[in-house]
Design a protein around this ligand. Structure first.
Ligand code: HEM
Length: 425
């Protein structure tokens, strides 16, 4: 069945929630954000916690309402992140017999282990520390808007600008040499966009394991270097971290590098590209922001809400627990659809409208909630404010120079290509 047919059949009178549930697992649905949101809105109304059964996937419950996601995140002992945090075909998941996932990251951890590991880096990402990076982030924002200006009035905003700026920020914090930045960009895109035929290594082996192993290879060398020659950078903090007097395991060091280097930029670049796209499509909102630049503080959260680049994470039920009309049983998998929650009519008035003055924009769940709340949220906001502050102050005109395309991924998605024409001061 073609995607269009599946969608039309799914939203027709005879709704089969499990069929509509494909939008959460099948990466191709995320490349059509409008269709995706129509289906999600339908589920929010008709079946807010929908049982989804798909061939090749474990059954899961798609949780689409804001309040239900918060309730699940408020109960991390009952709904754990382990054993695996994202949805994917059973066949592509590393089997326990083969040693499970080759790296262990914060997003896979629970309880005390999660707390101890998060404490290692928490200080680095608190608002006070992030404030110290104001100047550096501002410099990088200016550099990238200058780059746009130097491109002579036309560029692919997604691939030429948005993908590179947050990467520079996060890799500078980690302390990676500039000559490695492009390599990291490519590896990250391969990992998060692994299902997208234009990005992933599907042609080679169709498996994210190889990409993970490449990451591990790179960071093993980095960790060894920072142990023998510690510096002030975040990579040194991680490489030399101690829990209860013992150095953390090599695998945990890798996990840290992996999550910081990867979660730190794709997410933000998708927010910036998707945010600019939303402003181009809503010129009154663009004008409002340009006439009152102080609005960007609140508008940053509205852009993040609107784009919701991180589509979901999973939770695994450990004890019977009832949410709304569903009693989860041990072993049940809940898919928290942040993208759906951020258009929840019960929380956001006229949720499909971009409103840069929206009073409760920061109530969005794009950064999740609770113990696993995004570590990099303050940094991401800073980057987004700095970039739009610089761009909108210099922008005389902007329009699309062709239709944008979107990344096929059920984890992190936003504009893949976005040709624009513009005049900058
Ligand atoms: C707009 C940009 C970003 C979005 C939308 C985003 C979104 C998210 C989401 C939804 C989660 C899971 C929260 C949950 O399960 O409740 C998360 C976790 C995380 N994010 Fe972000 N993120 C962004 C930027 C960043 C940046 C810049 C970093 C920098 C290091 C980062 C690092 C992390 C880490 C380490 C975690 C795991 C935290 C934990 O499990 O304790 N993120 N993020």
């Amino acid at each position: 069945m073609s995607r269009e047919t599946a969608y039309r059949r799914a939203v027709s009178q005879t709704v089969v929630p499990s069929e509509l549930g494909r939008i959460f697992a099948d990466p191709s649905f995320y490349a059509d954000p409008v269709g995706w949101h129509q289906s999600a809105a339908h589920l929010r109304r008709e079946s807010p916690i929908a049982k989804v059964t798909l061939p090749g996937y474990e059954d899961f419950w798609a949780v689409t309402r804001h309040a239900d996601i918060m309730e699940i995140e408020r109960n991390p002992e009952i709904f754990t992140n382990a054993p695996y945090p994202t949805i994917g075909p059973i066949a592509s998941r590393p089997s326990e017999a083969e040693g499970g996932s080759p790296v262990n990251t914060l997003i896979q951890m629970d309880g005390q282990e999660h707390k101890d590991h998060r404490n290692i880096v928490n200080e680095w990402f608190k608002p006070a520390s992030i404030k110290r990076m104001n100047d550096r982030v501002g410099e990088l924002a200016t550099q990238f808007v200058d780059r746009m200006a130097a491109m002579g009035g036309e560029c692919d905003f997604a691939t030429d600008i948005a993908m590179h700026y947050p990467l520079q920020v996060i890799l500078s914090i980690l302390g990676l040499p500039e000559e490695d930045h492009l390599k990291m960009l490519k590896l990250t895109q391969e990992l998060f966009g692994a299902e997208d035929p234009d990005i992933g290594r599907a042609g080679e082996d169709g498996n994210v394991l190889q990409v993970l192993l490449d990451f591990v290879g790179y960071f093993t060398t980095l960790a060894a270097d920072r142990r023998s020659h510690p510096t002030e950078d975040l990579a040194s903090v991680i490489a030399n971290a101690v829990i209860d007097g013992d150095p953390i395991a090599d695998m945990d060091v890798m996990g840290f590098y992996l999550i910081v280097a990867t979660a730190g930029h794709d997410t933000t670049s998708n927010s910036i590209a998707g945010g600019l796209l939303a402003l181009i499509e809503n010129p009154d909102q663009l004008q409002l922001l340009q006439s009152d630049p102080a609005l960007i503080d609140r508008a940053a959260d509205e852009l993040i809400r609107y784009v919701s680049p991180v589509k979901h994470f999973l939770r695994h039920c450990q004890a019977p627990y009832t949410v709304r009309d569903v009693t989860f049983q041990p072993g049940d998998v809940a898919l928290l659809s942040f993208a759906s929650a951020n258009r929840d009519e019960d929380v956001f008035e006229d949720p499909f409208r971009l409103d840069v003055r929206r009073a409760n924009a920061s109530s969005h769940l794009a950064f999740g909630f609770g113990r696993h709340f995004c570590l990099g949220a303050h940094l991401a906001r800073l980057e987004i404010r700095a970039f739009f502050g610089e761009l909108l102050g210099r922008l005389e005109h902007i329009e699309l120079a062709g239709p944008p395309t979107f990344v096929q991924s059920n984890l992190v998605s936003g504009p893949k290509t976005m040709p624009v024409r513009y005049r900058l001061r």
